[in-house]
Design a protein around this ligand. Sequence first.
Ligand code: PBG
Length: 324
Amino acid sequence: MAYPESRPRRLRQSEALRSMVRETWLRPSDFMWPLFVVPGKGVRQPIASMPGQARLSPDLVVEEVRKAWALGVRSVILFGLPEAKDPVGSHAYKKDGPVPLAVRALRDALPELLVATDVCLCEYTDHGHCGVVEKGIVRNDETLELLAKEALTHARAGAQMVAPSDMMDGRVGFIRETLDEEGFEDVVIMAYSAKYASVFYGPFRDAADSAPAFGDRRSYQMDPANHLEAIREVTLDEEEGADIVMVKPAGPYLDIVRAVREHTDLPLAAYQVSGEYAMIHAAAERGWLDLERAMMESLLGIKRAGADIILTYFAPEAAKVLAR
Ligand code: PBG
């Protein structure tokens, strides 16, 4: 039937009707909140390009996450800023580094919280690349061992989930094997499977002080032009034992989120990255967008595209809106 019998506006007349036929709902438990952990006590360093976000020492991480927990946020993912950097990212696998300390403190303070850690070397290497560099080339196989050591350090501290974001080939399988050998067969692997070489990571690299000292990440992160390759990456990570796969960034890659959703029966995460967050804030600061509505609509779009889990810096704020 067509107009005038069919009138889609009939179902849009009131909020009661609209909510009755609404297809997508956000819940606070959809969100995973990324946090930047620094060494020390009582340290809070606001991140200029990410309003409302700060680098925090483990004690303040606990304080902030407690508040987020009260709003309904149920999971966090931790990024570390070490005391020192070197060519092989030695501090990535120090057991008293900021990430293991924060993991322990969070597990003690909030036993029901899901604590995930990002596994990558770029925050820990002096050259800022995600792996070991030899003659200007990021070496794949030599990096796997170090990533597995980092994942193991996080698991030993009590992380229930590790999320490799380095984009080295074979790292999911290698990390799975290492964790299993050490008795951590229950630690979940969330693979950054389709991670693109994106300009939208800009503010994060400020926050994590992880911009590459030379070159860029295009020899390991994916070409933004590619779609089939994302499916190939997801398939490989599934075969290597990933429990959850991820597409990153989210907003500019919603077609990929949808395609991966249709391809895999694993849970799917999407990462609304620092640049997406910064853009919304910047526009809102100028009065060009309504912050709250832009935040909620951007998150809804990611969920509607097919993501089960959304990594977002908006997690506590969005949970607060949903709690009203
Ligand atoms: C580490 C990593 C990055 C992000 C998550 N993990 C930066 C990068 O790859 O350069 C980006 C997150 C964000 O922009 O919010 N490899």
